[in-house]
Design a protein around this ligand. Structure first.
Ligand SMILES: Cc1cc2nc3c(=O)[nH]c(=O)nc-3n(C[C@H](O)[C@H](O)[C@H](O)COP(=O)(O)OP(=O)(O)OC[C@H]3O[C@@H](n4cnc5c(N)ncnc54)[C@H](O)[C@@H]3O)c2cc1C
Ligand code: SF4
Ligand code: SF4
Length: 406
């Protein structure tokens, strides 16, 4: 498909102010960069307070899945009846945004388009015409200052805005929402994990294929395979266990993404992911606005109940052992070559599936956060690690020391 960025004003984005742990969400490039101190997920996040402000309540311990995925009204398996060309899955995310523009519910949508010089690089754009969202479909790897376009949006007179973003961007947005002064704000979030710079991602592609420039699509599927698509229409599926992970440099994933405490975008109105979807998409409808966003799709969307199978405990415990080695700078234990094809065949059949797969991944990410911060920034733990992370890792013997909690 044509990968032109949407038509629209070309905004000059100021340079980023240097920060320590930072994914360049854009706040450091605004007129008031000092707001990073209160807005940043990596400094002193306050999830219970923001969950309360956005959803009217924090997570409810009586609904155990909220401890994994944040507050929600309902969770569903979902697919667009007519999947959109160029979408990462079926295109629910960008279709909701198109409907917001089509119905006049918002003046503009703030999201990422592919950079014209490199289609894997995200580039923030303000979109005002529904047809200009088509080129924004699909996942790109890397960071780009989405929130730097909030001020231009205001300056253009946009009062009602929709934002599509990943969790570290949405945390900062919510932390500042009250002072931003938008009349209406809809937040469509996607989960996010294992992001890295676009440059590093190109290195990964080069390990997977001799012709990395021909790869148009990559996704880590819940059936333990990576799917690659190529410009000539070929599709290749690689079992996770056969990925060249051991060839990646130790700093391939930046510390931000190894210590990120929000996998499922708990402050979005609706989260559109795939992890619990067993091959389809996964919706987490979190509040009234999330319900209104879903209702915009009417009969265009097919909704079915989620399923769950398998048990996660041994997968997470095995993962913890490897992260302990990696965080201590030691080589990870690799599986003998003869066992790999057997495990690659077995995992989609007996491993955690559906909701249990999503719980597995959320617990793994929580384990990673604790172990990497302990190894690299122990003094930041008391401010950076929220209580919900400690709740998730307790079953694996990870408990906070006195210094690690407030
Ligand atoms: C780095 C990354 C990691 C992810 N990891 C997971 C995961 O582990 N589990 C999971 O369930 N989902 C994950 N997702 C979300 C998933 O890839 C799909 O985007 C999501 O399921 C929506 O699919 P869709 O077909 O509805 O999206 P589409 O309609 O194709 O729209 C995708 C939207 O994502 C935006 N986008 C693309 N790249 C970026 C980026 N780098 N930064 C910010 N916004 C971007 C696009 O601008 C577009 O608006 C990840 C997304 C990213 C960007
Ligand atoms: S708020 Fe955004 S720009 Fe500021 S330090 Fe955090 S991630 Fe970086
Ligand atoms: S993994 Fe977390 S910190 Fe990294 S880009 Fe995704 S949301 Fe941001």
């Amino acid at each position: 498909m044509d990968m032109q960025p949407p038509a629209g004003p070309n905004f000059a984005i100021p340079p980023a102010a240097p920060r320590g742990l930072c994914t360049d969400c854009g706040i450091s490039r605004t007129a008031a960069p000092k707001r990073c101190a209160t807005a940043c997920q990596f400094i002193k996040p306050n999830y219970p307070a923001l969950e309360h402000a956005v959803h009217g309540r924090a997570r409810d311990p009586a609904r155990p899945d909220e401890l994994f995925f944040g507050p929600f009204r309902r969770m569903l398996r979902a697919a667009l009846a007519a999947p959109r060309e160029g979408a990462q899955w079926t295109g629910i995310t960008t279709r909701i945004a198109e409907r917001l523009l089509e119905t006049g519910a918002v003046d503009a949508v703030l999201t990422m388009a592919p950079d014209p010089a490199d289609h894997w690089r995200p580039m923030p754009v303000l979109v005002t015409r529904p047809e200009d969202l088509a080129p924004c479909r699909g996942m790109r790897m890397g960071y780009a200052p989405l929130l730097a376009l909030l001020e231009p949006a205001r300056a253009l007179g946009h009062r009602r805005l929709a934002i599509i973003g990943i969790p570290c961007q949405i945390y900062a947005l919510r932390a500042l929402e009250a002072e931003l002064g938008f009349e209406r704000l809809y937040v469509i979030g996607t989960p996010c994990s294992d992001n890295t710079t676009t440059e590093r991602f190109h290195e990964f592609l080069a390990l997977l294929t001799d012709a990395p420039e021909t790869v148009t699509y990559l996704e880590f599927l819940p059936d333990f395979h990576v799917e690659l698509r190529f410009t000539d229409g070929r599709v290749r599926r690689i079992p996770f266990l056969r990925l060249p992970i051991s060839k990646l440099p130790a700093d391939f994933f930046p510390l931000t993404c190894r210590t990120c405490v929000d996998y499922t975008n708990v402050l979005a109105d609706i989260t559109v992911g795939y992890m619990a979807g067993s091959g389809a998409q996964w919706l987490i409808v979190r509040n009234d606005r999330g319900e209104a966003l879903l209702s915009l799709l009417g009969h265009e969307i097919v909704l079915t109940p989620l399923t769950s199978a398998g048990k996660r405990a041994s997968s997470v415990a095995g993962y913890l052992k490897n992260v302990e080695l990696a965080a201590g700078g030691l080589p990870v234990r690799s599986m003998p070559n003869w066992l790999r094809p057997i495990m690659a065949w077995l995992m989609p059949r007996i491993g955690p599936r559906g909701l249990e797969f999503a719980r597995t991944r959320v617990e793994m990410k929580a384990v990673e956060t604790v172990l990497h911060l302990r190894a690299r920034h122990p003094r930041r733990m008391r401010n950076m690690v929220p209580a919900h992370i400690w709740g998730l890792v307790a079953a694996y013997g990870l408990v906070p020391t006195k210094e690690e909690t407030k």
